[in-house]
Design a protein around this ligand. Structure first.
Ligand code: HEM
Ligand SMILES: *[C@@H]1O[C@H](CO)[C@@H](O)[C@H](O)[C@H]1NC(C)=O
Ligand SMILES: *[C@@H]1O[C@H](CO)[C@@H](O)[C@H](O)[C@H]1NC(C)=O
Ligand SMILES: *[C@@H]1O[C@H](CO)[C@@H](O)[C@H](O)[C@H]1NC(C)=O
Ligand SMILES: *[C@@H]1O[C@H](CO)[C@@H](O)[C@H](O)[C@H]1NC(C)=O
Ligand SMILES: *[C@@H]1O[C@H](CO)[C@@H](O)[C@H](O)[C@H]1NC(C)=O
Ligand SMILES: *[C@@H]1O[C@H](CO)[C@@H](O)[C@H](O)[C@H]1NC(C)=O
Ligand SMILES: *[C@@H]1O[C@H](CO)[C@@H](O)[C@H](O)[C@H]1NC(C)=O
Ligand SMILES: *[C@@H]1O[C@H](CO)[C@@H](O)[C@H](O)[C@H]1NC(C)=O
Ligand SMILES: *[C@@H]1O[C@H](CO)[C@@H](O)[C@H](O)[C@H]1NC(C)=O
Length: 345
């Protein structure tokens, strides 16, 4: 596949030099780097293990990074781009919230040293998410690979495509449907990622102090938990952190779902999966709560489905050299890089 990709690239250089036309990724496959970078997963895992010693939250952060990449023009590493005008990093769902950019840089540097210009940033983010779930005690799965990195980001889309913590269930379902995901099992299984990681007070404090604008509390929030949360969030609007799953904060398990059954979901978007009367998500929550194997199997399937969300052709495709910036334009590519690509045929 990679050789094919390089042939396409080289032909492209020969035929279309100087034109702003790009090629799309082919079919994804778990064996994509078997010839060109066989140690890719070990290298990513090694860097992750080291980082998790001082920062156990990083596993959760990397899973969220993958989600926030994939819901915005597909899994194309658009979220990693720093371009001031378009960067998604300052979009509302991401600003002062999404973490892990520096660790992805470290992984990219290590991979460039071992197999230069081979592993896309989008694939690094995808593998890092799977390895993070495994490290936290969750399931493993064969990760389909061969994504390309986009040549553009879209902040406007990041602001509109990602689900919000106070959105009604039907709106959240619509955002999953908009990226081609299922509105019941994918929504519930992937929300199960809130079995680890943290959230800031402002993402749930409305439930404590002013649920419907009359100084009231969310009736679907357990009073015992509410009292504890008011201590962590003494007033509204704070950025203090608390655990998304207060029972087993760093473990990837099915306690998220047992929490929902006793009204201990942290975010409104969590609790409504169980507390919306008649919703098709309720029985799935019950299933995953009583059967961790069922959750783990469904989570792996849904993560692969999310990881397969394809970018549109017009965002371009390349293996970035630096995850934060697009490669130089084809018209300005250096002779040495051009020669490398042609010689790889
Ligand atoms: C269903 C709609 C979802 C909503 C409304 C939502 C919302 C949120 C919010 C508000 C936070 C806390 C952010 C902060 O306070 O800085 C959060 C954290 C998190 N989300 Fe979601 N999320 C959703 C789905 C998902 C999905 C599909 C995944 C992954 C598959 C995911 C993984 C995570 C993780 C792991 C964290 C903790 C991150 C950390 O500690 O750094 N979420 N989410
Ligand atoms: C693969 O990576 C691991 C972890 O970095 C390292 O210990 C091992 O020596 C590497 N193997 C090869 C063949 O490069
Ligand atoms: C990018 O932003 C700079 C200043 O932030 C502005 O001057 C420039 O016009 C913008 N370029 C585009 C293409 O929007
Ligand atoms: C960004 O996304 C918005 C909202 O979907 C869309 O209207 C716009 O065309 C996109 N911009 C670019 C440059 O792709
Ligand atoms: C509660 O919400 C209402 C409606 O949004 C608002 O007018 C009011 O100021 C809020 N009260 C507090 C104490 O934040
Ligand atoms: C929450 O934040 C406030 C203000 O920043 C601080 O005074 C308080 O100690 C924090 N509470 C906890 C439990 O972290
Ligand atoms: C609230 O939480 C407590 C302690 O976890 C539990 O015993 C109780 O059943 C919960 N209440 C509701 C309404 O679920
Ligand atoms: C739990 O789920 C697994 C996977 O779907 C299934 O094979 C098993 O029969 C379930 N166990 C129970 C007790 O329902
Ligand atoms: C529970 O999940 C398992 C595995 O996904 C599935 O086989 C079973 O049909 C589900 N049961 C219910 C009641 O949703
Ligand atoms: C590529 O070329 C276009 C059009 O000339 C320009 O707007 C863009 O900034 C260039 N990008 C890079 C990375 O040089």
């Amino acid at each position: 596949m990679s050789v094919f990709r390089h042939i396409v690239t080289a032909l492209f250089y020969v035929v279309l030099i100087g034109r702003s036309v790009y090629f799309a990724q082919g079919q994804l496959s778990p064996t994509f780097y078997d010839q060109t970078c066989p140690n890719v997963t070990n290298i990513i895992r090694g860097i992750l293990l080291n980082a998790a010693i001082d920062d156990p939250r990083i596993t959760a952060s990397l899973v969220r990074l993958h989600f926030h990449d994939c819901f915005v023009q597909g899994c194309d590493a658009s979220i990693l781009l720093d371009d001031a005008n378009t960067t998604e990093k300052v979009a509302l769902p991401n600003a002062n919230s999404v973490r892990g950019y520096e660790l992805i840089d470290q992984m990219k540097t290590a991979l460039e040293n071992v197999c230069a210009q081979t592993v896309s940033c989008a694939d690094i983010v995808t593998i890092a998410a799977e390895e993070s779930v495994v490290l936290a005690g969750g399931p493993s799965w064969a990760v389909p690979l061969g994504r390309l990195d986009s040549r553009s980001a879209n902040r406007t889309l990041a602001n509109s495509a990602l689900p919000g913590f106070n959105e009604p269930l039907d709106d959240i379902k619509a955002k999953f449907a908009a990226v081609g995901l299922d509105t019941s099992v994918d929504v519930v299984a992937l929300s199960g990622a809130h079995t680890f990681g943290r959230a800031q007070c402002f993402t749930f404090d409305q439930r404590l102090y002013n649920f419907s604008g009359i100084g009231d509390q969310d009736p679907d929030l357990n009073e015992t938990l509410a009292a504890r949360l008011r201590e962590i969030c003494p007033t509204s609007g704070l950025t203090n952190l608390t655990n998304l799953d207060h029972t087993t904060p760093n473990a990837f398990d099915n306690r998220y779902f047992t929490n929902l059954q006793v009204e201990e979901g942290l975010l409104r978007s969590d609790q409504i999966l169980f507390s919306t009367p008649g919703a098709d998500t309720v029985e799935i929550v019950n299933n995953f709560s009583s059967n961790q194997t069922a959750f783990f199997e469904a989570f792996a399937v849904s993560m692969i489905r999310m990881g397969n969300i394809r970018p549109p052709a017009d965002v371009g495709g390349e293996v970035r050299l630096n995850c934060r910036v697009v490669n130089a334009n084809i018209s300005t590519v250096s002779d040495s890089e051009d020669a490398r690509l042609v010689s790889s045929i």
